[in-house]
Design a protein around this ligand. Structure first.
Ligand code: S3P
Length: 174
């Protein structure tokens, strides 16, 4: 029985959603993805929101959503929550996400993120227009800026640890 929300954070393409879904199934908890909730509510894809309303508008939706989840905390069942890659950066990981539940940073090297993202960038407005050679340097530079914030998570899991059983052990001890 997990009595806390479990929050997966990390760079675009790291695998938050797929691992989050597997974890939620195992824990018999609901899975939510902040990008998906925003898309449903706005009736548009993240890419269209960026194009029509701009990134600032999107970041504000992310912030409001976390505030909403914080208000719900303890009043409804715990959840496994996957958050968009930029949310911890723009909206303050330590004071919001760490208060929302157990935060887990899924870490992977830039080259590996590149290999995972290169064929999955169409739905991601920040990278979709980048050519392959630009993508790797974008990931390296952005990761360097973001990683100190991601590392404020309660737990950091490298690529060898990103599996359901490892997370279950962590949660037993958390
Ligand atoms: C973003 C990551 C995306 C999405 C948006 C911005 C970012 O989510 O929220 O495109 O700033 O890293 P994923 O990490 O789920 O791709």
């Amino acid at each position: 029985m997990v009595e806390q929300n479990v929050i997966l954070i990390g760079f675009m393409g790291v695998g938050k959603t797929s691992l989050g879904k597997k974890l939620a199934r195992k824990l018999e908890l609901d899975f939510v993805d902040t990008d998906e909730i925003i898309e449903q509510r706005e009736g548009k894809t993240i890419s269209v929101i960026f194009e029509q309303q701009g990134e600032g508008y999107f970041r504000n939706l992310e912030l409001n959503l976390i505030d909403e989840l914080l208000k719900e905390k303890g009043k409804s069942e715990s959840k496994v929550i996957s958050v968009g890659g930029g949310l911890p950066i723009y909206n303050g990981l330590s004071d919001k996400l760490n208060a929302l539940g157990v935060t887990i940073y899924l870490q992977r090297p830039a080259k590996e993120l590149f290999n995972r993202l290169v064929n999955a960038k169409e739905q991601r407005p920040l990278v979709k227009k980048l050519k392959e050679d630009e993508l790797l340097s974008y990931i390296e530079n952005t990761l360097e800026i973001r990683e100190p914030v991601y590392k404020q998570a309660h737990f950091v899991l490298d690529r060898t640890q990103q599996e359901v059983n490892t997370i279950l052990k962590i949660l037993e001890e958390a």
